[in-house]
Design a protein around this ligand. Sequence first.
Ligand code: ATP
Ligand code: LTN
Length: 328
Amino acid sequence: MRIFSGIQPSGAIHLGNYLGALKQWVNLQEKNECIFCIVDWHALTVPYNPQELQKSISEKLIAYLAAGIDPNKSIIFVQSQVKEHAELAWLLNTICPIGELERMTQYKDKSKKYKDNINAGLLNYPVLMAADILLYKTQAVPTGKDQEQHVELTRTLARKFNQKFSNKEEFFPEPDSIMPEYGAKIMSLTDPKKKMSKSDDPKSYISLFDAPESITKKIMSAETDSGKDVIYNVTKKPGISNLLVIYSLLTEKSIKDIETEFRGKGYGEFKKSLAQVVINYLEPFRRKKKEFETKDSYVKEILEKGQARARVIAEATMKEVREKMGLI
Ligand code: ATP
Ligand code: LTN
């Protein structure tokens, strides 16, 4: 299968991004043709600092590598280096109903969060994402739960394009979402009713590269619920349930077994143990990050090679798209 996914170069990659997306990518690359993108154009739709953008892109690439994405198996590249993404996004805009965009949850959330910057890019964001995916004739898109709606719109646009411009034959495949059974929506540590998000306060997430002391501090002060029993109940105990999911995914123990282990022990002891689990799990990530930071030219080369490989596919698709749409 051809797989495509991306992460924005905003904030620091956190456990939610890892458990929802990156961890799946690492497994998928073994048996599929995978393309992983750092979607810098998407990150411009909310306020950002131009001086920090390139640094943030390098950090994301290092996070991909530290998490286990192998540049010999997968294509890794930066979105803005392959201009066909913008061209296809424009063309798909002409078949995308505005109403579909206005009902997108992420658009509604982000326009509430950035009231002074509700730009057209924020509304059109899912069309660019559809272009990212369709440009590579992708069959499946591994992401967290929050992106499911955007992948659904991508399917709608693929179908519309095929009907209008391809004699109803499948030119663009309609891509499936791939989501993990657990971990598709890891919640914020400071507000467990909201998803963990890189653009929020760093106290609300654990970055893949947080120092051990910082991990302990964040977990010990994570918002938990009234009561003291370590029990999974998303409606009554969203805070402790979120921590249980993280514990279970990182140790591969079932939630039931963890509940039994901490019966009668209270939140404090559970959190202390979780902090240790997270610190140990992320230790190789911190080590690999240091290693890659000293290999500047190797890291640059990965992006150059990735870009060249991505471009070959993108150019071929666009040639066909232009012909189908009556362009030269
Ligand atoms: P931002 O706050 O800048 O919007 P984000 O934290 O939502 O960032 P993205 O770059 O938008 O991160 O997402 C990268 C990938 O991580 C996507 O596949 C997304 O679905 C997934 N993801 C993001 N947040 C979570 C989460 N809390 N739980 C599980 N998966 C997540
Ligand atoms: N919108 C996604 C990032 C993204 C993406 C993509 C994911 C942009 N293009 C294509 C999968 C496939 C997000 O905010 N996480």
